[in-house]
Design a protein around this ligand. Structure first.
Ligand SMILES: Nc1ncnc2c1ncn2[C@@H]1O[C@H](COP(=O)(O)OP(=O)(O)O[C@H]2O[C@H](CO)[C@@H](O)[C@H](O)[C@H]2O)[C@@H](O)[C@H]1O
Length: 490
């Protein structure tokens, strides 16, 4: 099958979070299974160009109709660790992607509406005729809208769209000018409740809703979250739309790229190890301490790696940090937030704890350090308020690091409490708490730290059981192929 992925992120060139990992990992799995996969991305100035091989212009003058004129684009091609990637570079005064960051600008809706339109224009003009266009999150929600309202009449009549939602909180809610810019026009038609009208703000358009309404199939990234988004407020206002379109909506658990995340060969960690040779993990623990100037001591290291977003339970992360310090554990945090308020809060905390040799806060994005933390830590915490799937807990399992998670979304589908799960004892792989309050996380961290100190053999067993889990793309890749087959025949 011929699949074109269109997304705003792809690891490791343009990565803010898990979306990037999924776009890369799923594409790789589909290729391994013999499919032809291409990825279309924006050509950001702030990308990691050191991960792109043989970057060259593949299409010189792509004119993308925009407002009453058109914007000229160059489309570049390069290989990102084996993946075939096209990068769209618009030449216009708006400098849509010539910025210091991937997101966070007042014109984000315009930037990604343009990208969506340019991606389709590129597919059309370069005579690509994929079976499936797979797009992701609000940034590409307009693709199925543009395809079915406009481009199918221009020559893309046989293409089908699978749309994956990684985060319902960000939907691309915006004003009507997008319609004129993209040449969709007809405001009364699109502002209809059955099409793009936001379910909460009646005068606004919602890209993600457009994606749901117009796609042939919609997925989110775990079965549990599919149910939460449909039936609870975790759909962030889109529950009703999901209900209307439930016949084409489902949850598929994300996979993890087992080649990128593999402690046996990971080039970003100093000591390689495996389930049969776990001792080397402790070399990484020492290396992590050296790198972050933590005291060498007989204590577990507990870590948090991830975006510092409200979604992630920042107040509980902060509490987890202090709880660790009060209970003979060390704590390492790696994260950043686009929200100044949260970033400042953690910068203040970092200053406050500057002289404490039992903890380190690294504010920023650092792929290399993330690998060392997963390898060197004993446990990670994920006290998320909501979590569509979560990759950090799967990475942790793979690296023999015990996850302590809140029972929500994909965390429910992947982590089974050592003491309370209804799984057989030998199939349990971490710790789970339910309430999003201090008591919940404290009681669970207490159990984990307690086991580490009092029953090291049991803790070791728990590590091994976690490492035995297989959350690679193998199964999930097949699920996506089944969906593609299903919609292709329609
Ligand atoms: N400061 C930093 N430095 C280095 N690496 C960092 C980092 N901050 C985050 N990362 C990395 O980014 C990834 C985060 O993935 P997650 O799935 O856990 O969360 P995210 O909320 O971004 O993804 C959203 O999309 C994914 C994919 O569908 C869903 O799993 C998830 O639930 C949903 O919220 C991990 O690979 C992590 O190591």
């Amino acid at each position: 099958m011929y699949i074109v992925m269109v997304a705003s992120e792809c690891a490791p060139v343009s990565k803010v979070g898990g979306l990037a990992d999924v776009v890369y990992g799923l594409s790789r799995e589909l290729e391994i299974r013999g499919n032809d996969v291409e990825i279309i991305l924006p050509k950001y100035d702030c990308m990691r160009y050191d991960h792109i091989w043989d970057l060259h212009i593949a299409f010189h003058d792509l004119w993308v109709p925009w407002w009453n004129g058109a914007i000229r684009c160059s489309v570049w091609f390069g290989s990102v660790h084996g993946r075939k990637c096209f990068f769209i570079e618009p030449h216009s005064n708006e400098n849509f992607f010539k910025r210091n960051a991937f997101y966070g600008y007042p014109d984000d809706a315009m930037r990604f509406a343009f990208f969506s339109k340019a991606a389709l224009e590129f597919i059309l003009k370069s005579n690509k005729r994929p079976d499936i266009i797979h797009c992701h999150d609000w940034q590409t929600g307009l693709i199925p809208v543009l395809l079915f309202e406009m481009y199918q009449h221009l020559g893309l009549g046989n293409q089908r769209v699978c749309y994956t939602i990684h985060n319902f909180r960000y939907q691309g809610i915006t004003g009507m000018d997008i319609l004129s810019a993209t040449k969709l026009d007809r405001p009364a038609y699109y502002l209809h409740y059955d099409r793009l009208r936001d379910n909460v703000y009646p005068n606004a358009l919602n890209f993600m809703k457009g994606g749901i309404v117009y796609s042939n199939f919609v997925t989110t990234v775990s079965p549990q979250h599919a149910s939460e988004a449909h039936h609870t407020d975790q759909g962030h206002g889109l529950g009703d739309t999901l209900h209307i379109h439930q016949h084409k909506f489902g949850g598929i658990l994300n996979g993890l790229d087992y080649e990128v995340w593999n402690p046996e060969i990971d080039p970003l960690i100093p000591y390689h190890y495996s389930i049969n040779q776990l001792d080397n993990k402790y070399g990484n623990k020492q290396a992590l301490r050296d790198r972050l100037l933590l005291r060498q001591d007989f204590k577990p290291i507990i870590a948090y790696v991830g975006r510092l977003d409200v979604q992630k339970g920042v107040h509980l992360i902060r509490h987890g940090l202090f709880y660790s310090l009060w209970n003979n554990a060390q704590f390492v945090l790696l994260g950043s937030s686009p929200e100044t308020r949260i970033n400042n809060e953690f910068w203040r905390l970092k200053q406050e704890l500057n002289d404490n040799q039992d903890c380190h806060l690294e504010i920023g994005f650092n792929e290399e350090l993330a690998h060392l933390i997963y390898a060197g830590a004993d446990m990670i915490i994920m006290p998320s308020l909501y979590e569509p799937c979560g990759l950090a807990q799967m990475i942790a399992l793979r690296y023999g690091t015990v996850p302590i998670v809140r029972a929500v979304g994909g965390l429910i589908d992947t982590i089974f409490d050592r003491d309370y799960s209804d799984k057989p004892i030998t199939a349990r792989n971490g710790y789970v708490f339910h309430e999003a309050d201090y008591l919940g996380i404290e009681q669970t961290m207490k159990r984990a730290i307690g086991l580490w100190y009092a029953y090291p053999n049991e803790f070791h067993k728990l590590i091994i059981q976690g490492m035995q889990y297989n959350y690679s793309w193998y199964l999930s890749g097949q699920h996506y192929l089944n969906i593609y087959e299903h919609i292709r025949n329609k």
